[in-house]
Design a binder for this molecule. Structure first.
Ligand code: DGY
Length: 321
């Protein structure tokens, strides 16, 4: 009998056909919406492999419902939605999709940084509302980039791709990471390793690229906003809960920082009410990896991981830890 793969949401090309071609018995949620809890628990029942989304919470209850499960292939590079240690303790491998979405996410971070720095959201709303009366010397003045300092929090692959792009804008780069990166990488990127507090204090732009875990949750809190420049622009394409979103609303409203560009939210897909009323925040709907190339390569990598683990071989890209 062919191994069963349960897929929790429709995928872009090459889609689940790839798993069918690999000889698996594929069972999928065909509706483009997150599965309700009971649907996930019943869908995974006979599955040997689970291909899931970052919006699926995969924990002991799911493992209890899936006695045959051998691999969880997360359609994301982040894996805070999965109880990884618990899975591994039960002999279930967990895989993610690093590398293939690096450029797409770095591009989106820059789209948000530029949009927030130059008031693109507020400008677009003004034009669409028919409120624009023409060019004005004082209209929507934003922050310049050249010779300004970009602080990168989390210097993994995506942080480094963001830093490479910053060189084109003539920016100084400081970074904070759990572990300092190699001197070669630092010198290629022209990036200086600093403490988190020094980064907050020195940066004109701050871009978050750290994984979400118990240490990083709310790393950007009231204290952190207190250390930032009042002209700082904060960008988050990583995970919403890195920021205390209620404190962000206060910081933006009181102009303790100048602006923010967000792709991710603490209570995703809910968005803290106060953000909607603010003109100095650009809100994107978790689009970091949403390029045709990245999302297709994520499908390929997810399927490859499933195929390798079910064949008894090591995963191509196991979740770290
Ligand atoms: C990820 O991969 O973790 C992104 O947030 C979703 O594309």
């Amino acid at each position: 009998m062919a191994p069963i793969v349960f897929v929790t949401r429709p995928l872009p090309a090459p889609g689940t056909e790839l798993l069918v071609d690999m000889g698996f018995d594929v069972r999928s949620n065909l509706e483009d919406r997150p599965l309700r809890r009971e649907e996930l628990l019943s869908g995974v029942k006979d599955a040997d492999a689970l291909l899931c989304m970052l919006s699926d919470r995969i924990d002991a209850e799911v493992f209890d419902s899936a006695p045959s499960l051998r691999v969880i292939s997360n359609y994301a590079v982040g894996f805070d939605n999965i109880a990884v240690a618990e899975a591994r303790a039960r002999g279930i491998e967990v895989t993610t999709t690093p590398g293939v979405l690096t450029d797409a996410t770095a591009d989106l971070a820059w789209a948000l940084l530029l949009a927030a720095a130059r008031n693109l959201g507020a400008g677009e709303r003004m034009v669409r509302a028919g409120e624009w009366t023409g060019w004005a010397p004082t209209q929507l003045l934003g922050e310049p980039l050249r010779h300004r300092t970009l602080g990168i929090v989390g210097m993994g692959a995506i942080g480094q791709a963001v830093a490479r792009r910053a060189q084109g804008f003539g920016m100084e780069i400081v970074y904070f990471n759990r572990n300092r990166v190699s001197p070669e990488i630092e010198s290629t990127l022209g990036a200086q390793f600093v403490s988190f507090d020094e980064l907050l204090h020195r940066s004109d732009f701050i871009s978050l690229h750290a994984p979400l875990n118990e240490q990083s949750r709310h790393m950007v809190d009231a204290r952190a906003f207190g250390l930032m420049k009042s002209s700082a622009v904060l960008v988050n394409t990583a995970r919403g809960a890195l920021i205390d979103e209620a404190e962000l609303v206060h910081a933006l409203r009181d102009r303790r920082i100048a602006a923010a560009g967000l792709d991710v939210y603490e209570f995703e897909p809910s968005i803290t009410e106060g953000l909607f009323a603010l003109d100095n925040v650009v809100l994107a709907p978790h689009l970091g990896s949403a390029s045709t190339l990245a999302r297709g390569d994520m499908v390929r990598l997810c399927c490859e991981n499933i195929s390798e683990v079910l064949a008894g071989r090591p995963a191509v890209t196991p979740a770290p830890g």
